[in-house]
Design a protein around this ligand. Sequence first.
Ligand code: AMP
Ligand code: MG
Length: 330
Amino acid sequence: MTTTILSAASLAPAIEALRKGQVVAFPTETVYGLGADGLNGAACRKIFDAKGRPQDNPLILHVLDRAGLLDLISTPLASWTAALIEAFWPGPLTVVVQAAKSIPDVVRAGLDTVAVRAPSHPVARQLIAGVGSPIAAPSANVSGRPSPTTAEAVYEDMNGRIPFIIDGGGTRLGLESTVVDCIREPVTVLRPGAISVEMLASVVGEVRTAKPDGPARAPGMRYRHYAPEAPLLWIQSTDPGAVLPILNALRLEYPRLGLIAPDPFPVKEGSLFQSLGPDEVTAANRLFSSIRILDHLEPNAIVILWNSETGLGLAITNRIGKAATRRIVP
Ligand code: AMP
Ligand code: MG
């Protein structure tokens, strides 16, 4: 299959392809998505084929608004879910709710719940409106690889596997949406994201966070994710005094060492250094692209320095934790 890159100004071929049950990659404000008509089970199965995604990892359905969500649920909208979407839609918040029978089994991975989000990105919204159906979309990477934040990164993974990639430039946030289990109160964060635990709590009061070793409500939480080819070593500190001796020791084991760190960090490894920038918003935006850029340089290992678990920092910690082969606590 030939993969054509489309400009965001000419979406007609993409809408046509989606209507015909084909798979199209498109930009959202979080990361690039791999979309198909969310009510067409055969179309959604093509997403799993293109990504090599395990069948027991459900998809997120993308809608325009609250009315789009109401079409997908079997029970009345809970007051806490209504409050959350009122506060954060359109935006990077996915709610897990009781699914209507009409939703294909493959989208729900056999669960009786469904994950739904209203994206704010104009291209995503034009596709949903143009197709006239919710669009099922996971991140547009090969399963297990870092999520794509540019059309080039999508092409790297999806060339030859899908007909169209819509190029909308770099994504604004760079991390996937916050996924919240809204089946019962208090709501539970299944995957942290740009809508932080603190922001959720300001709307609904009590918020739980899923224990990584607890019973898996979201099957996708089990898999290793976001991983480069090189081993990814996570040092849970940004203090040069603590980090430098560890880096020196690691260099004996891995002579060509890639380094990803927030600013300011005193040691830059020449071309093998990628900065996460001065704040968490920038770090979230650069995380996946930094991992991909360094991986292209074929280092023996990539070291990432990160040590924050509040606000957006928790989402970054979550992604690094799933990608890392080793965690080093000084
Ligand atoms: P992605 O693979 O980037 O599309 O992420 C989708 C995320 O949403 C995964 O972590 C899924 O496990 C989660 N998810 C989707 N549907 C459900 C559901 N019905 N219940 C719980 N989590 C879900
Ligand atoms: Mg993904």
